[in-house]
Design a protein around this ligand. Structure first.
Ligand SMILES: Nc1ncnc2c1ncn2[C@@H]1O[C@H](COP(=O)(O)OP(=O)(O)OP(=O)(O)O)[C@@H](O)[C@H]1O
Ligand SMILES: [Mg+2]
Length: 242
């Protein structure tokens, strides 16, 4: 792995198990005498590096494999073939509400995640800064997160993730459901994280955002990186897909 590379993929193939029989029982398994699962390959032989301080956009049509790529970086899915090396800590914002326990209140989720990040559970300053960034009221944060709207969940997910001072920030489209005020606040925060020299992977269907924020970008199609280069050039290629 090159010294300045924080993320390195070498020949990575990721596949998901797929059940082709719908609901099945142990009896089905015995009588059919065949495995109801097949594998579906999502990412094919992916190789790339992301350097320290690089901000890389990830573009592609729906279903092209962007979220799977980010999940592989975050370690949520493992490659069947190839290797992934990550040289730093990650703040993954993979989906709206990801990592939150729905039965717990906003405050309880904040405390839980702070302790997972190795911080004191009752870190009053950290809790206050997360609350302030989220813009969620005391009343809302005292309510179980299963009652939150998508925008409220996005606010909490983003605010907790960026509070953890990680080397790599991964953002998968979670901003789209926030209102305009929160989207601007999040983009400002992402620019600040970039200025601090952190590494960012940014999935978005808005090429203008990718052009403004990212230095480089990759274009995925059918689970393959078809293009990699400067963000403006890759955004133009993405727009030509439609
Ligand atoms: N858990 C899963 N099990 C089986 N197949 C899956 C699973 N998750 C995703 N897939 C499939 O993997 C492919 C890529 O999905 P992925 O979510 O990575 O795409 P994406 O580029 O993020 O799309 P979008 O722009 O819609 O978010 C799709 O064909 C999808 O159906
Ligand atoms: Mg996705």
């Amino acid at each position: 792995m090159a010294n300045d590379a924080l993320i390195e993929f070498k020949g990575v193939t990721v596949a998901y198990w797929q059940n082709n029989m719908g609901v099945f029982s142990i009896k089905d398994l015995i009588t059919h005498r065949k495995n109801p699962f097949t594998t579906k390959t999502i990412l094919h032989d992916i190789s790339f590096e992301v350097k320290r301080g690089e901000c890389m956009g990830v573009l592609g049509r729906n279903g092209s494999g962007k979220s799977t790529l980010l999940r592989a970086i975050a370690g949520v899915v493992k490659p069947q073939v190839g290797s992934i090396h990550i040289n730093g800590s990650i703040a993954p914002i993979l989906a709206i509400g990801a990592g939150l326990e729905t039965e717990l209140t906003g405050y309880e989720n904040i405390e839980l995640l702070l302790s997972l990040y190795g911080k004191p559970r009752k870190d009053v300053d950290a809790i206050k800064s997360i609350k302030d960034f989220s813009g969620l009221s005391d009343d809302v944060l005292r309510t179980p997160t299963k009652t939150y709207s998508s925008g409220m969940l996005a606010r909490l997910t983003f605010s907790i993730s960026v509070a953890n001072d990680s080397d790599i920030l991964i953002i998968d489209e979670v901003l789209a459901v926030g209102d305009q005020g929160f989207q601007h606040k999040c983009m400002d925060k992402i620019y600040q994280v970039k200025k601090e020299g952190k590494t960012i992977l940014f999935v978005s269907h808005f090429p203008e955002d990718v052009k403004k924020l990212c230095d480089t970008a990759i274009l995925l199609d059918g689970g393959v990186i078809t293009h990699r280069g400067g963000a403006p050039e890759i955004c133009d290629l993405y727009q030509k897909l439609f």
